[in-house]
Write a protein that binds this ligand. Structure first.
Ligand code: BG6
Length: 511
């Protein structure tokens, strides 16, 4: 999917997009947190070392920690050594650090916004742009406070065609349908939709963006991409990590809120949407929202039979013993928060009627793997009905990460005197074709919001539709606490009920 050049095959993004970003100042709320050092700063340096970041670019960070410009820059230099491995990006980082400024204070303190205004004026006097990206790398409960304070300080007023003021908001966007709507209403009362960039970092992954290219540029797959040829689709995001130090956040979120209305539904909608009229952000949003609107809303009874929740107990990951969820820092010892979810959904439209979509995600599972598997219907079995010869269904594996590949399984004759079949596969590895470039997944996200492209961001409608689909599950699970937690050991593939969910349809998880 490339909106800058149609001849994308065989080239990487830096070859295609020759123009650097628009000049601007990136204001990061929560700059002292993990996101900046692990992802945002390395991504900016990857952009910079590829010549894609405007030279007229500055960063102002705001956090509670008592740093000043010089102590924060020193800390960033330490982080560079830990989190940036590419040597060109490292070199760029040392230049960029000199353009980072730090304001210490709490987000509710008006003085912080006065200091911010002063710093922006000072930089502007030194030829910096008046355009600003306000990046909210903060807990969800701080979004409202910051947005209101920015508005009150008149920092959100822009001048069309001269300079922009944009807000970039990390997920989770709200806590449920009602809060997401409230947040949208508030944001839209102080800014317009074009100024709001709701991030889902899965859209920053090349392998996720490729879903559109794969589906709509290959005459081979699109004609069979429907209920007549596809038996079922499985989307798995399995992680070996636990909740690490994010217990406080996770206790409020759980696996369902953390992963389903955002990352899993992004992949679901890209896999199932109709071809857009063009690859404009607007047309893609329309199709994604349309298909999510066609997902059958679960009734309370269906929640009990089509959704499974789980929580990890102690176990072993790669041979190392790890504690159960309830023993993690900042987690209640009696927590009933789920760390695993499996779901069966249907899409009630012409293309997908009666095709089951099985979605699952969990922490502390057996292997780290995000993958989409499309199982095609088997050909007629009459010719190959002997057990030795049985034809297996064709499978398309789209590996999102850490492996980045697409492979197609099909049947071939096993060499020998009898007509026996074996499953073999054709495989495309990204690295074989495109090489390996240092990527955090945030490069295109930052690039696009500096250039005003909403392609990798969510419109309010899409976010609200996604919440409305998970709301019945939140309601039922909220009303009926789990009785069997923990119900899977760390290092396994999740609770047995998730296997039962798919086995009762005569199928199995294929990963
Ligand atoms: C985040 C979730 O949005 O995505 C995390 O909050 C999760 O809990 C992460 O671990 C997964 O992202 P990735 O890119 O590592 O698959």
């Amino acid at each position: 999917m490339n909106r800058h050049d149609n001849s994308s095959v065989g080239k990487d993004a830096s070859q295609l997009i020759r123009k650097p970003t628009n000049p601007c100042i990136l204001v990061i709320f929560g700059i002292a947190g993990d996101l900046t050092k692990r992802l945002l700063f390395p991504a900016l340096c990857n952009l910079g070392s590829s010549g894609l970041l405007n030279e007229n670019f500055y960063i102002i960070g705001i956090s509670q920690e008592p740093y000043n410009d010089s102590t924060f820059r020193k800390q960033l230099i330490k982080d560079i050594n830990e989190f940036i491995t590419d040597s060109a990006a490292k070199q760029y980082a040392l230049l960029l650090v000199k353009r980072v400024y730090y304001i210490s204070g709490t987000f509710s303190n008006s003085k912080v916004y006065t200091s911010l205004k002063n710093k922006l004026n000072e930089l502007e006097e030194n030829n910096a742009s008046k355009s600003c990206l306000f990046y909210f790398a903060v807990p969800p409960e701080c979004v409202k406070t910051i947005a209101l304070k920015l508005s009150k300080a008149s920092l959100l007023s822009e001048h069309e065609g001269v300079y922009f003021r944009r807000m970039v908001i990390e997920k989770p966007f709200g806590h449920d349908l009602v809060s997401a709507k409230k947040l949208d209403k508030l944001l839209l009362s102080i800014a317009n939709e074009e100024q709001i960039y709701r991030i889902d970092h899965y859209l920053g992954k090349e392998t996720v963006q490729n879903l559109i290219a794969f589906r709509f540029s290959n005459g081979l797959f699109e004609p069979i991409w429907n209920r007549l040829y596809i038996d079922n689709v499985q989307i798995t995001v399995s992680e070996t990590l636990g909740v690490e130090l994010r217990g406080g956040y996770y206790e409020q979120a759980g696996a369902l809120r953390d992963m389903v209305p955002n990352h899993l539904f992004q992949m679901l909608s890209l896999m199932t949407m109709e071809p857009p009229a063009s690859f404009s952000a607007e047309n893609i949003q329309i199709e994604k929202t349309k298909v999510l609107n066609a997902v059958q809303m679960l009734t309370p009874e269906q929640v009990l039979t089509q959704a499974v929740r789980g929580q990890y107990g102690p176990g072993k990951i790669n041979g190392v013993s790890v504690p159960g969820y309830c023993a993690e820092p900042n987690v209640s010892r009696k927590s009933s928060v789920e760390t695993y979810i499996a779901l069966k959904l249907h899409i009630d439209n012409w293309r997908w009627l009666r095709v089951p979509f099985y979605l699952r995600t969990g922490k502390r599972l057996a292997r780290q793997q995000s993958e989409i598997i499309v199982q095609f219907k088997s050909g007629p079995a009459t010719l190959f009905s002997g057990s030795e010869q049985k034809n297996m269904p064709n499978l398309l594996h789209i590996s999102i990460q850490p492996e980045e590949s697409i492979s197609l399984n099909f049947n071939a004759k096993t060499p020998g005197p009898t007509l026996a079949l074996s499953q073999v596969n054709m495989r495309f590895n990204y690295s074989d074709f495109f090489g390996r470039k240092p990527q955090t997944g945030y490069e295109m996200i930052l690039f696009d919001c500096m250039n005003g492209d909403h392609l990798l961001f969510n419109h309010a409608d899409l976010v609200e539709t996604a919440w409305s689909l998970v709301q019945p599950i939140l309601d039922v699970w909220g009303a009926i606490p789990p009785r069997d937690f923990p119900n899977y050991a760390a290092g396994t593939w999740g609770p047995k009920e998730a296997d039962d969910l798919i086995m009762k349809d005569g199928r199995k998880w294929l990963l």
